[in-house]
Design a protein around this ligand. Structure first.
Ligand code: ITT
Length: 192
């Protein structure tokens, strides 16, 4: 594998986390804009895998470079897995936590289980595959706590802290994105 990979995303936080996780593996991750792809493909799939493949294929078609895409979201047990693949569209950016806390205000402690899910798609000229990852043992809290991370991190409790109260290094050890990216590395390592 070439050591340079493009990430098909317009989300700077995802790119930062993926760079941090892949750095020790010697893979240089560049953004789709750095690779010259100023596109935002329509994510009209119904699963994380479908949407990840849509993004990776579109950016590979533009750049011709090995490309990964991350499709991810928060799945809340008491909401039958919502917002799931619609996590980015659940509320305007910055208002997603408040909306979720309001929707969950009458849900008791034992029913507040949730997980972050992530599928990474990889596409190059002769290989296409997906790997997935999830957080374990998460719960939705009762208030926003912490300023690190992004999206739903301030309401996602792992133990007695939210992901937004953890350092980037701590989050990157347990996150859905880290699990999926480590799976990606396992599949690519004979080429690196
Ligand atoms: P791209 O499609 O350009 O990659 P996006 O933000 O639109 O960026 P998704 O369609 O995969 O990405 O939506 C994922 C949403 O799920 C994201 O916007 C967050 O609201 C949420 N999310 C995913 N990973 C998260 C994380 O690690 N922490 C908090 N929220 C996360």
């Amino acid at each position: 594998m070439q050591k340079k990979l493009v990430m098909a995303t317009n989300n700077a936080n995802k790119l930062r986390e993926a760079r941090e996780i892949l750095a020790p593996l010697g893979i240089e991750l560049i953004s789709q804009k750095e690779a010259g792809a100023y596109i935002e493909p329509e994510e009209n799939g119904t699963t994380f895998a479908e949407n990840a493949l849509i993004k990776a294929r579109a950016v590979f078609a533009e750049t011709g470079l090995p490309t990964i895409a991350d499709d991810s979201g928060l799945c809340v047990d008491a909401l039958d897995g919502r917002p799931g693949v619609y996590s980015a569209r659940y509320a305007p950016k910055g208002e997603e936590c408040a909306k979720l806390l309001e929707e969950m205000k009458d849900i008791p402690d034992e029913k507040r289980g949730a997980s972050f899910q992530c599928v990474i798609a990889y596409v190059d000229a002769d290989t296409v595959f997906t790997v997935s990852g999830a957080t374990i043992g998460g719960k939705i809290g009762y208030e926003e706590r912490g300023t690190n991370g992004f999206g739903y991190d301030p309401v996602f409790m792992c133990g007695d802290r939210t992901l937004a109260e953890m350092s980037a290094e701590e989050k990157n050890k347990i996150s859905h994105r880290a699990v999926a990216l480590n799976g990606l590395y396992e599949k690519l390592k004979e080429k690196v």
